[in-house]
Ligand binder design. Sequence first.
Ligand code: LLP
Length: 422
Amino acid sequence: MQKVYSKVTDSLNFFQGIDPTELAAKYGTPLYVYNERILRQRCRDLKNLVKYPNFVVDYSAKANSNLAFLEIVKSEGLEVDAMSPGEIYIERLAGFEPKEIFYICNNVSEDEMKYAIDAGVVISVDSLSQLEQYGRLNPGGDVAIRFNPGVGAGHHEKVVTAGKKTKFAVDPEFIPQVKDILKKYNLNLVGINQHIGSLFMDGTAFVKSIGNLLEIAKQFKGLKFIDMGGGFGIPYKKEFDEPALDLKDLGSKIDEALFKFSKEYGSEVTFRIEPGRYISAECGVILGTVHAIKYNHSHKFAGTDIGFNVLQRPIMYDSYHGIEVFRKSDKKSEKNEDITIVGNICESGDILAKDRNLPEIFEGDTLCVLDAGAYGFSMASNYNNRLRPAEVLIRENNDVVLIRERDELADIRRHQISLKKY
Ligand code: LLP
């Protein structure tokens, strides 16, 4: 195998000596590949974010909810958040106890709310209507409320979840109404939470939002926890040496706010965060195969099997993912050239990487899409009736294990009812 261009995976020792072209041959492509060592390291990075002693990291499973993946996160001592009954279900299967699951729901039906109440997980609601709904279903129960701290952040407007333009959370202006509803149903407010958005590389907005959240907290007595949310970014442009988030600096700023608050508040509070991307993005890549090379009006394209059914982020948010090139044959790339890497889906927007300058790519090459462990498989679909990829894990001892089978054609048929039946 030739490592035609593999700067980032080499620097991380991502493949641990395993040949990605062999993985592609053995398991087929597209293929999600995760590295257990890096996943564990990311869990530990965040567990050590602050010195404040009562601190819990809830992994945000929406980023990657593979069962084996969750089992590793659990073994690192993290807890989890959940956004749906499906996430609660898979998290319970991965071994999380109900009290280790924080259900941060948005606009859920009574049935979904009942599912969570019956499961015994900790529940946060994010509107007055949903607080009423919770109160009707579980009077006298414990509840948390997600507040909008007025400051948002994120890599794209679609993922900014606080501030003036978002559907999420309760505007603190409604605190008097919140108190009325709590009283009406005899509810016990055990915590408050926020999530300002996804992917910040500079903690300024996050620290400011924490300050605002703590002001909100002071208006309630006896809170057991305050959840500051996720959003911790990772550098997607690693091949250009984009720096990582400075966790040490961020941690010390957060600590300052937490220690000060806990001195003033009067009762002991646990602080929580709920990172998804930071934990899962960098431990995952996608391997794909180049099936066609073509020119269209002088534009060069590499046609691959990594359509936007496999990775939605580029079409959805114009997201950048680094691309590496591996080759089974010893054919040389004589030059670098600009090339657009596309998938196999019937839309012109099916572009994985636009105008990248890479060593010449040939049919049969294995491409590796970096930083695909977060919001990769979890957003994959069967669009065009394509099969969702398999997932494998490179273990710390270099074993490679299959942790999800590729969909098969029967999965496309599954749950559909032919009119012949009627
Ligand atoms: N907590 C809540 C309530 C959330 O809604 C989210 C993400 C997180 C935590 C975790 O955020 P993270 O640490 O991963 O930034 N699909 C988009 C990201 C959507 C994030 C949705 N909520 C993407 O691919 O960039």
